[in-house]
Design a protein around this ligand. Structure first.
Ligand SMILES: Cc1cc2nc3c(=O)[nH]c(=O)nc-3n(C[C@H](O)[C@H](O)[C@H](O)COP(=O)(O)OP(=O)(O)OC[C@H]3O[C@@H](n4cnc5c(N)ncnc54)[C@H](O)[C@@H]3O)c2cc1C
Length: 466
């Protein structure tokens, strides 16, 4: 079988994120999405590419190692697609305004403040769009969640809440061209980038996809993440169903949410995520591609939404969104929502927005250069990135190295054990080392910030000099 560019240059090099737009862009039916050994969706080459191949699979890939100059990074793409945004930030890209708040109606049944659900319903009500492509419960046991189309408010409400589960746009994305009418699509940063790239390749997609809702993402997780959490609740990985990732506790804080799933008797088993440990900062079960993404705030979406992980919002168990508007339509929806008392929202200065995603910026921007150098030292290419400086302290380098090791090891160990107790036992040492290094770094930062280390050094120097 002749070679396929996206398989050769992205999938085989460990940079596929599973968006599936290569499958739609191919046009020759040569690619098919399948679950990998490590629980990620990836394209497989099932037919010969043939002489008519234009290499579109690679052109729409968000991790294409050699993109054209006009689509080099999110910055160039934003200049094409986000003409209403007049403000610009190195950290969050082009934007109109930043906010924090929630939808009075949809907050309780959403992951965070319900602004994603509110915005999509408003778009339908205003007839800006006819269809929404969002993530809903899957039809089979093999896919607990998948992208699906909604055209009514009722259908759309089934797609509220975030699912930390691999999903793909392959298949459903073809409907954009097949169906008459306009679309909104919800996605994490790399998916939104691939949609923008597809819009560049095919102008019809630019006219039919009217709005993109960006979901801020701390990393795409393998199916192993869900299996592990199910096992932590005491349900075996072969018997769990209907995983729920964000069960809120309105009497506690926003971060004090639970995971839940049904056992074989349809009884719900839950576990507080704080009992499970740090699932995000450690890199457990995360896709390798995420370590080479520098888009923290979904810079190419019309509206970007995340959790407000800062006070006073963090203390509210029902959840609060941070919001970035980047198109006039998004800004109008938010302003109208405030005016009509459908939204409880206040403006949030950009530095506070950045603070709400501090972990994401530290990892994706500050630590990226180190990971790029590591990858290049193995002779592997990296797509163009905007944060390539590697000026981490020795301690931080160790932390990033350890995160990379933990990520990789978690996939290997879970594939073999499929049991939370055994997994925890085998991961304990690596996770403890990472935890200790992280603690040490926090101490070092605190002391250097307070000038204590400087004072201590000066005292020692003075003593020697005397
Ligand atoms: C993998 C992942 C990682 C995340 N990491 C962070 C993070 O590090 N920091 C942070 O602040 N926020 C993160 N979030 C976003 C956060 O969990 C909320 O989704 C976001 O604040 C929107 O909340 P909401 O209440 O407005 O959404 P809701 O009104 O509940 O609507 C959620 C929307 O997201 C769609 N959706 C669900 N799952 C997915 C998925 N896997 N991919 C794409 N769309 C999906 C739903 O269909 C729905 O339209 C992450 C989300 C995901 C999916």
């Amino acid at each position: 079988m002749s070679s396929c560019k996206v398989i050769e240059q992205v999938v085989d090099k460990g940079l596929c994120i599973g968006c599936g737009l290569c499958v739609s862009a191919c046009g020759n039916d040569t690619l098919k999405m399948e679950l990998s050994d490590h629980g990620f969706l990836e394209p497989r080459h099932v037919n010969s590419c043939g002489s008519s191949c234009k290499g579109n699979c690679l052109s729409v890939c968000p991790f294409n190692p050699e993109p054209d100059d006009d689509v080099r990074t999110e910055t160039e793409l934003a200049n094409t697609f986000l003409n209403d945004s007049k403000k610009q930030s190195d950290s969050i890209g082009k934007y109109i305004n930043t906010y924090a708040g929630f939808s009075n109606e949809h907050r309780a049944n959403s992951s965070s403040g319900g602004i994603a659900t509110f915005t999509l319903i408003e778009l339908l009500k205003r007839k800006e769009i006819d269809y929404v492509i969002s993530v809903k419960e899957g039809a089979s046991q093999n896919a607990h969640y998948e992208y699906a189309i909604s055209s009514t408010e009722q259908e759309l409400l089934q797609g509220a809440k975030t699912r930390y589960y691999p999903v793909t746009l392959a298949g459903v994305f073809d409907k954009v061209k097949e169906l008459e009418g306009n679309f909104a699509i919800v996605g994490v940063p790399c998916f939104i980038k691939s949609i923008r790239l597809a819009q560049k390749v095919e102008p019809i997609l630019k006219s039919k996809i009217k709005f993109l809702v960006g979901i801020i993402c701390g990393g795409v997780k393998s199916t192993f993440f869900t299996e592990y959490l199910a096992s932590k609740t005491g349900v075996s990985v072969s018997e769990y169903s209907k995983p729920e990732f964000r069960i809120k506790d309105e009497n506690s804080s926003a971060s004090d949410y639970s995971f839940g799933c049904l056992d074989k008797n349809s009884q719900q088993n839950t576990i507080k995520m704080k009992m499970v440990g740090d699932m995000w900062g450690t890199g457990l079960f995360k896709s390798n591609a995420c370590d080479f993404c520098d888009d923290v705030s979904v810079e190419l979406a019309d509206i970007s939404l995340g959790d407000a992980w800062i006070e006073p919002y963090r203390s509210e168990g029902l959840g609060t969104n941070v919001i970035v508007t980047r198109s006039q339509l998004a800004e109008d929806i938010i302003c109208k929502g405030i005016e009509t008392n459908k939204l409880t929202i206040e403006e949030l200065p950009v530095d506070r927005f950045i603070e709400s995603q501090r972990g994401g910026f530290n990892h994706r921007h500050n630590g990226l250069g180190f990971r790029i150098n590591k990858r290049r030292s193995k002779g592997l290419s990296v797509p163009p990135k905007r944060f390539e400086d590697d000026n981490l302290t020795f301690l931080l380098k160790l932390i990033h190295l350890m995160r990379m090791k933990v990520r990789k090891k978690s996939l290997v160990v879970w594939k073999r054990t499929k049991n939370a107790e055994q997994f925890d036992k085998e991961m304990r040492f690596s996770l403890n080392v990472l935890k200790k290094l992280t603690k040490l770094n926090q101490y070092q930062k605190r002391y250097s910030e307070s000038g204590a280390i400087k004072a201590l050094v000066m005292r020692k120097v003075n003593k020697v000099l005397k």
